[in-house]
Design a protein around this ligand. Sequence first.
Ligand code: ADP
Length: 614
Amino acid sequence: METLEFQSEARQLLQLMIHSIYSNKDTFLRELVSNASDALDKLRLESFRDKDMVVDTDDLHIVIESDPAQRTLTVRDNGIGMTREDVVRLIGTIAKSGTAEFLRKAKEQQAGAGSDLIGQFGIGFYSSFMVADKVTLLTKYPHAEKGVRWESTGESTYTIEDVDDAPQGTSVTLHLKPSDDEDQLPDYTEPAKIREIVKRYSDFITWPVRLGGEEINSRKALWARPASEVTEEEYAEFYRHISHDWNAPLETIRMQAEGTFEYQALLFLPAQAPLDLFMRDGKRGVQLYVKRVFIMDDCAELMPEYLRFVKGVVDAADLSLNVSREILQQDRQIQLMRRRLVKKVLSSIKALMGSRPDDYAKLWREVGAALKEGLLSDADNRDAILEICSFASTHSAEAPTTLADYVSRMKDGQEHIYYMTGDSRTSVEHSPHMEALRAKGYEVLILTDPIDEMWVDAVPAFDGRQFQSVAKGQVDLETEEEKSAAKAKAEEFGDLLTWLQGLLEENVKEVRLSSRLTTSPACVVGDAHDITPTLEKMYKAMGQELPKIKRILELNPSHPLVEGLHKAFAAGERDALADTAELVYGLALLAEGGELADPSKFVKLVADRVQRTF
Ligand code: ADP
């Protein structure tokens, strides 16, 4: 027998369980039954694929046994079991993505011992320690010679030893804490209590769950039952079983297709973003079943990456039970099915916008940044995605706006949907590029998610109106009168502009007068297809080398600084003016949060000027 230490994250999680004040302790049984059910699914699949496996799959089942005298409760399955290495890896450590994040948050919330968070994380097997002071696990993997016995009190160590006479599968025996009504710890050895919990949480499990020789779950797949007969609570429990999210789903979506390719789908939108939504190894949430039989998790062929937060089940009637990912990838029916599933999800979100705007807003806050990835990756559904997007805007400091609402507020004669990208709302609002739009009362979308930098270049228009960055190209806001006045100004400033352009040639490709500034002396803008400074920063942060990007310097001819520059230039000054030109360019860069090429030179120029004022 060996005594081993739990990995430190596992140890912290166990402490949370042992001291948990999470009120709904019944859920431990759901977790154990859920694990047993997964183990039976796996054995069935393995025995399909591996013809050398000698196992009995005739009567796959889950048995619950209780012993009131010994105060034990056992959940046993004859599923896939675990090897010794599996036990050490799966039970002794936690490899789940998001664990570190979860523990950090739980620590911050110490008063509640992370009770709300437990709900979000779904801690599986460890939840046994909410109700037991010792847990014994006996397991055997079909190809392993011996079985394994694991035992722990949930403190820092566990013991593990080989055993000769373990039956196929896994049994988990809980040595229950004394029952105690005050601590909301019921007597879990009572058959009525066990029956009630299984009925409530695990009724839909497709394998039989037996207690005292009797089957206590109905085993009916929810998606095969008429929608009118399934309760919210049943959907919620099923959602918890497949998603490991202990919250109820925000929305349940059912779909049915009949005819040559028959399938049923039961999908859920989450109330909270999965912890791994933006992690590299994040998974997709849709499972594939064939005729009620579980086939695979994380089915990428059924749901695109940008909808990875959608959880659920798709049950296809006409696929073979040993269908592989390779086959799925090439199957035209699967592609059609995926297309319909995506449309259904998008239209459900649209319906939510209309019927439950608060829930839509919540969903958008949680998963909007992922959904927007679809604007780039799913050109076919681009319009449908644009319709369900919301964006921060200058119209309101709090509530984001839909594009349809933006369009309904557009001013007479306004052709474009104006937006500006940036790091934060504040930096966008304070940008000189916004001045004229603000002065003239145009609404501007404020786009601050990294993905926004990407899709705005790829998406041409919404509802026939083009997206136009206020920091790129020419912004055409002027009346005819203003235009001819601007033309006259441009001629008047012509020589100065040409001279400045020559002077700043290394950094800018053009110097021109601006129609977008009202209070700042100057700003820097890009051409319509130039990448923005934020995007430039993002690429650099990823270690990508970019060619030097020259942009356009725009001057505000009615600003005293620019007027002074013009006068001095007309009077024939040149040498001192060169420094002033550098300064104006530097100010324009700083105003938009850009970086100076040579900060120390700029500082020296400013210091010289300030000195001269004394
Ligand atoms: P989760 O079920 O969320 O993965 P758990 O902590 O409940 O997390 O279980 C960890 C892993 O241990 C499971 O993913 C599974 O591989 C293995 N496991 C747990 N219970 C069983 C069981 N009854 N039979 C076989 N493997 C099991």
